[in-house]
Ligand binder design. Sequence first.
Ligand SMILES: Nc1ncnc2c1ncn2[C@@H]1O[C@H](COP(=O)(O)OP(=O)(O)OP(=O)(O)O)[C@@H](O)[C@H]1O
Ligand SMILES: O=P(O)(O)OC[C@@]1(O)O[C@H](CO)[C@@H](O)[C@@H]1O
Length: 304
Amino acid sequence: MIYTVTLNPAIDYVIRVPEFQVDQLNKTTEEYKFPGGKGINVSRILKNLDVESINLGFVGGFTGSFIRNKLSEERLITDFIEVPGDTRINIKLKSDVETEINGQGPTIESVHLHALKSQLSDCTSSDLIVFSGSIPKGVSEDIYTELVQLVSELNIPFVVDISSEKLLDILKFSPTLIKPNHHELADIFNTSFNSFEEMIPYGQKLVAMGAENVLLSMGKDGAALFNETGVYRAPGLVGQLKNSVGSGDSMVAGFVSQLSQEKEILEAFKYGVASGSATAFNDDLAPGKDILALVEKVKINKLT
Ligand SMILES: Nc1ncnc2c1ncn2[C@@H]1O[C@H](COP(=O)(O)OP(=O)(O)OP(=O)(O)O)[C@@H](O)[C@H]1O
Ligand SMILES: O=P(O)(O)OC[C@@]1(O)O[C@H](CO)[C@@H](O)[C@@H]1O
């Protein structure tokens, strides 16, 4: 079974406000409320690809109930830990440009972390755990290192998608997959890039440090895959951008969907790219049919 872990879920409140102006009364022309948070997005895309997963993490209050209800309507399996306080609401404001305002969310206490660790301890080496998203209030910056150490001691394969230099600390535990975007890759190594070619040695470095697969996402410019067999590049697919929220999570889900069916790694790469783009071309996370329609359009070139 695949387990997704979302430490700080959210309701994504997506609003369209044409010609948004600060310091003025603005009115929405479209509004959507989605159950969000990176791991939840991964689970929702997996479901769209007919792959089962179980959502773990912390939810609370009326917003937490909304997330539970929506996921249950979509027939997703959840085993959330209830916490005091309200799950956050993240505003995604679409106008000429997209603006995001992410909430803080509730404080997580050690009793809740123990409960999560106990759930993870019950997993086995035939499971796969996906860790993604930010760390909530009250929780140490080292939480992912702790959780990853716990699952790796149980030989449970895992995927990590986090925006933090702490990503480097987990590489020694050999993640099956990490998915930095190009900005995160630059931040991790405290550098900046002017071209894809400049990124290549850094992707390779992450493999040398222990990652089995590094999926480097680059928005409309597509993605690259680094592993022990080489470096592969998939140029971006062309389409109309409707939504940039959740493309990265969709990419992780597309990749994991194929890994869990023991498909070839390059097939997983194709599904990752197709899923990321399909979500970019939709208002919400992409339906499975849109992903499948794009898979055959993904071209992969081996660079080294
Ligand atoms: N505008 C776009 N056009 C085509 N494909 C896109 C576009 N945006 C994203 N994608 C696809 O989705 C993948 C993941 O997107 P991106 O690199 O933006 O991830 P991310 O920064 O983790 O996103 P987010 O944090 O918004 O979920 C890209 O590698 C690409 O394949
Ligand atoms: O604050 P985090 O956990 O880093 O990101 C949360 C979030 O922005 O990420 C998802 C898109 O990737 C959204 O569903 C959600 O609102």
